[in-house]
Ligand binder design. Structure first.
Ligand code: 4NP
Length: 163
């Protein structure tokens, strides 16, 4: 039997800070667990200002300090067919979730939610936008994204067991 492929799309506003960080961290954990052939990861932004750009250098540097490589990622904007292609569409903040919900077809069968809903014990609901702040914001994004990625991997293992 062919093993199911689970697809995960991370979404923020610009796709240059938070969602590429989530993309790189989650994909690295998936690869470490030997699940790269079962879980497909991507990221996007609700806005189109940075389409085609690599992640913000502050995000790339903060990620590199923890061993994650974001350098090959390029920003793209969410598109209508993402709701056909992805089992999980995970928003970084309430505004992203509201914008995605407005685009989401009524028959979407996947899960559209806040990414931090998977972070067990998290006190925050949103990954705060670090774009206009200092370096600490990027390290805080990594803390939240690492915790939520671990929770999401547990959820996928439970909901989509390998056959
Ligand atoms: P992101 O951060 O949504 O985490 O990628 C931002 C990046 C760019 C802008 C805002 C937030 N911007 O206004 O250009």
């Amino acid at each position: 039997m062919v093993k199911p492929v689970v697809s995960v799309l991370f979404c923020c506003l610009g796709n240059i800070c938070r969602s590429p960080t989530a993309h790189g961290v989650f994909e690295s954990k998936v690869t470490e667990l030997g699940m790269a052939s079962r879980i497909y990861t991507d990221s996007c932004g609700t806005g189109g200002w940075h389409v085609g750009e690599p992640p913000d250098s502050r995000a790339t540097n903060a990620a590199r300090q923890r061993g994650y490589d974001l350098s090959s990622l390029r920003a793209r904007q969410v598109q209508a067919d993402d709701f056909q292609r992805f089992d999980y569409i995970l928003a970084m903040d309430h505004q992203n979730l509201q914008d995605l919900t407005a685009m989401c077809p009524g028959n979407y069968t996947g899960r559209l939610s806040l990414f931090l809903s998977f972070a067990e014990g998290a006190r925050e609901e949103e990954v705060p936008d670090p774009y206009y702040g200092g370096a600490h914001g990027f390290s805080h994004v990594l803390d939240l994204v690492e915790a939520a990625s671990d929770g999401l991997l547990r959820e996928i293992a439970r909901a989509h067991p390998a056959r």
